[in-house]
Write a protein that binds this ligand. Structure first.
Ligand code: GCO
Ligand code: MG
Length: 412
């Protein structure tokens, strides 16, 4: 099982995706997702120019050794570009190993710890009627847990709301609020913390009144608050029993969560922009979070995310693996195998991809009554149709950014 070919495939069916495809001398193939939203081509160059030449001729069975070799031989540590590239290699090698074993990957990770993975979707609306419609639509699609994002009076656009989107595929039924917008410049959005803090508790009160106490509700703050503001929000949302409050402060400052924690029992989730176990050292040890948000794609693959989750499990912290549309079906499938196998699974984020994406990436994972399952196909269960992929060349796209009323750039 020697790596014979390594191809970096860029395709943009509904949005940009970067995929690494490895082929062994005995004809097995493996796929890994290397998509880094808005900075895709940096990972392409890292893989093509610096990783592919190192892979050819290596034993495809040596997954841990290849991980350590790529990570340590670069000398430069961590970072989203490096870790997405390492992740793609790691997942492609797991895919190959599981195919060689004739088993779905979750079997090699210890076998199933549950029958399916509870997943949450994103409901959103500019106002309450629009939001309620979106919640109902998600319930019709089977979702048993729902993230709630709404417009804030006085703000033109806000994170997670459909109106600022250009994601046209399957609008209205599937996800129509893909935040990255195609074009040469990032879109500018506006932000006002005081209006937001006043508004959000009223939204959750209305949602609870409409949908009852049982439905698990989540909310993403997208790094916009200071520690004391986040503490206040967590406290004001306590009556509405959130499943979690996500990224309440900018993730770089791990200590910020101490202050938030002192003031609220609302569960906290963080980490979609983290990429190594070292980013979690303090917040896990001090039990400052309840859910780990890293994706397989951005945190060094199955090998490394499993280490993060095993570390977290010692502190009763669970998984909440990142699964927006910028994680390709390859990254999603890898997350499902890992989530099925680990004991400390919490919830899986699941934003459905558009139909064109599903044509490019043929998947074996299933969605049924609010639960995901990776399927029984050997490997991770995703195959890439290169002819379909070739129809959709890369298109420049950026995530939006925020400015305050006085023009100051703010976290998005
Ligand atoms: C989430 C995330 C995403 C990010 C996106 C950035 O919780 O799903 O916040 O929607 O904005 O992944 O690339
Ligand atoms: Mg998020």
């Amino acid at each position: 099982m020697i790596i014979d070919r390594a191809e970096v495939i860029v395709t943009s069916p509904d949005r940009n995706f970067v995929t690494l495809k490895l082929t062994t001398d005995d004809g097995l193939t493996g796929l890994g997702d290397a998509t880094l939203n808005g900075r895709e081509l940096a990972v392409v160059a890292y893989l093509r120019d610096h990783v592919v030449p190192l892979l050819l001729g290596r034993d495809a069975g040596r997954i841990e050794d290849t991980w350590q070799f790529l990570y340590r031989s670069a000398y430069w540590r961590r970072g989203p570009v490096t870790m997405a590239a390492v992740a793609a290699v790691d997942v492609a090698l797991w895919d190959i190993k599981a195919k060689a074993a004739g088993m779905p990957l979750y079997q090699l990770l210890g076998g199933a710890s549950r029958t399916g993975l509870l997943a949450y979707g994103h409901a959103s609306g500019q106002d309450l009627p629009e939001l309620f419609d979106s919640v109902r639509k998600h319930q019709e699609l089977g979702y048993k847990a729902i993230r709630i994002q709404t417009g804030v009076p006085g703000l033109k656009s806000i994170y997670g709301i459909a109106s600022n989107a250009t994601f046209e595929a399957n609008a209205g039924v599937r996800y129509d609020h893909e935040p990255a917008q195609r074009g040469p410049q990032p879109a500018e959005e506006d932000w006002d913390t005081r209006s937001y803090l006043r508004h959000v508790p009223t939204v959750f009160e209305a949602v609870r009144n409409e949908f009852g106490p049982a439905l698990p509700l989540l909310h993403d703050v997208h790094h916009r608050l200071s520690p004391i503001q986040a503490a206040r929000l967590g406290k004001s949302l306590e009556p509405y029993d959130l499943f979690w409050l996500e990224d309440c402060t900018p993730a770089e400052n791990q200590e910020a969560l101490r202050l938030v924690r002192q003031h609220t029992t609302t569960p906290l989730a963080i980490g979609e922009v983290f990429n190594t176990v070292w980013d979690y050292q303090q917040i896990v040890r001090e039990q400052l979070i309840d859910y780990v948000r890293s994706s397989v794609t951005h945190a060094g693959g199955v090998t490394h995310l499993k280490k993060i989750l095993d570390y977290a499990s010692q502190y009763q912290i669970k998984s909440g693996i990142h699964g927006p549309t910028d994680i390709s079906p390859v990254g999603m499938a890898a997350a499902l195998h890992l989530g099925l196998a680990i004991h400390n699974f919490g919830i899986q984020e699941y934003m459905m991809h558009g139909e064109r994406t599903d044509q490019v990436f043929r998947q074996s994972f299933t969605w049924s009554d609010g639960f995901l399952h990776p399927g029984e196909r050997p490997g991770i269960g995703v195959e890439l149709d290169t002819d379909e992929a070739g129809k959709y060349p890369y298109l420049q796209a950026y995530l939006p950014y925020n400015r305050l009323a006085d023009g100051t750039v703010h976290d998005w």
